[in-house]
Ligand binder design. Structure first.
Ligand SMILES: Cc1cc2nc3c(=O)[nH]c(=O)nc-3n(C[C@H](O)[C@H](O)[C@H](O)COP(=O)(O)OP(=O)(O)OC[C@H]3O[C@@H](n4cnc5c(N)ncnc54)[C@H](O)[C@@H]3O)c2cc1C
Length: 406
């Protein structure tokens, strides 16, 4: 593809991290043509990770999570349409219809629409608080501020967001009770063994994490909430938050002709069709590990930021290699970090620290090759172990090299 020229017009749908970073990067790389950034939220682009951490724990005001300050917005010289939702894409014409029936036509389109909070899978007498957006965080902060110390708050879902919300509530002097449907939280992400090690974190921090809790009904009254399960005693709480995961919204792309398969399927260059790309949480992209190539979709901050960087460089004629998937999560007073993308059934080898100390480093191994590194409160070890994923490294070679110990 020839590089972007000043006669081009790039339309970016989704004004979150990926969309905003893409716009900033093409400008930094010298693109002078037109840019339109469309976002359905009323807010200028902001960062989501602080919502469940610094903001919900009361350490930051919401404004600190803003990515696109008024000066930065001015600086990128883009037409920014906020509070406007894209409802149709004509991929051949590269035109996007918005919810007010206006049409924005470009030469290139970037889909950066992320995900939404997943609809509830149980009955509820009223809408439940979730945490995905600025507005959600603001409502939850207000709700938490109104509660007396030691109030029980039920957090339905023990995944990343649920655990972080519980941690923030604990910091505020509330008593979170995490209700997880699976045998252990995060099993689908880190696998059986590592999830058992991480399962210790909640109790060690003083948070009750109940597993195998299939919620059936939630009844919300003015001052209390009752949660009923398929089996077991109901839980009475003062408030409840649903952190049951995320869902894609691809309906508006259904007749676009793009390949949709749990995400917008893209090639090595993040393109879904010539001149149309998908980046961030919405993209099902090609991940090359030492062993093979597979299409994956990842809902993590660094991946969205790296996609924006990679696509901007590709479209500006300065191709960059894709980065390794990476995530972190701050939960129960500890930092979990992972580099690479393991399969949940990869073998896990603990190479440093111990479960009991709540400080360790583990390698994931498939067909004798290291596929990922997971660290609990060992950021230096993780950074040093990155070298194992730069190339194909067998577990024997990794153990002999032991870069985490240098
Ligand atoms: C509370 C919370 C905490 C997190 N913490 C971490 C963490 O600690 N570590 C980590 O690695 N990741 C974390 N994440 C995940 C990380 O924030 C996401 O991976 C990242 O935001 C993805 O960026 P994105 O631009 O793809 O999507 P988003 O940030 O979701 O942005 C997409 C935007 O597009 C808008 N949009 C959607 N459809 C349309 C449409 N049709 N028209 C116009 N606009 C549309 C959406 O409303 C949204 O504003 C967290 C996420 C949340 C919610």
């Amino acid at each position: 593809m020839s590089p972007l020229e000043s006669s081009d017009h790039v339309v970016v749908v989704g004004a979150g991290l990926a969309g905003w970073r893409f716009v900033e990067t093409i400008r930094r790389l010298g693109y002078h043509g037109a840019v339109t950034l469309v976002g359905d939220e009323r807010h200028a682009p902001y960062d989501r990770p602080p919502l469940s951490k610094q903001i919900l724990s009361g350490k930051w005001g919401l404004e600190k999570a803003t990515l696109a300050t008024p000066e930065k917005l001015d600086g990128v010289n883009a037409t920014v349409l906020l509070g406007r939702r894209a409802v149709h894409l004509d991929a051949d014409a590269k035109s996007v219809r918005l919810d007010d029936d206006s049409i924005v036509t470009g030469t290139h389109v970037v889909l950066a629409t992320g995900t939404r909070a997943r609809p509830l899978t149980f009955n509820s007498s009223g809408p439940l608080s979730t945490l995905r957006t600025f507005d959600d965080a603001s409502r939850l902060d207000e709700m938490a501020s109104a509660l007396d110390p030691d109030s029980v708050v039920a957090v339905i879902g023990g995944g990343f967001v649920g655990a972080e919300v519980a941690t923030s509530f604990l910091t505020r002097g509330l008593r979170p009770v995490v209700l997880e449907v699976a045998e252990r939280p995060l099993m689908g992400v880190v696998g059986n063994e590592a999830s058992a090690w991480l399962h210790r974190l909640g109790a060690a921090a003083g948070v009750e994490v109940r597993t195998r809790q299939r919620v059936r009904d939630v009844t919300v009254n003015a001052n209390n909430v009752t949660i009923e399960f398929d089996d077991g005693k109901p839980l009475a709480a003062r408030a409840v938050v649903a952190a049951v995961g995320s869902a894609l919204d691809l309906e508006w792309l259904a007749d676009s002709g793009l390949t949709l398969d749990d995400g917008v399927v893209v090639d090595h260059y993040l393109e879904a069709a010539p001149g149309i790309a998908a980046i961030g949480d919405v993209a099902r992209f090609v991940h090359r590990s030492g062993l093979d190539e597979e299409h994956i979709r990842v809902e993590h901050w660094q991946v969205a930021a790296d996609h924006a960087w990679q696509l901007a460089h590709h479209w500006m004629g300065e191709p960059e290699e894709p980065a390794l998937p990476y995530f972190w999560s701050d939960q129960y007073g500890k930092k979990i970090q992972m580099l690479g993308h393991p399969h949940p059934d990869d073998e896990v080898v603990l190479v440093s620290g111990s479960e009991e100390d709540l400080k360790w480093l583990a390698l994931y191994v498939r067909a004798s090759v290291v596929t990922a590194v997971l660290a609990l409160s060992q950021p230096r070890g993780l950074a040093l172990a990155r070298v194992l994923l730069d190339d194909v490294t067998t577990i024997d070679a990794a153990l002999a090299l032991a870069p985490w110990a240098s």
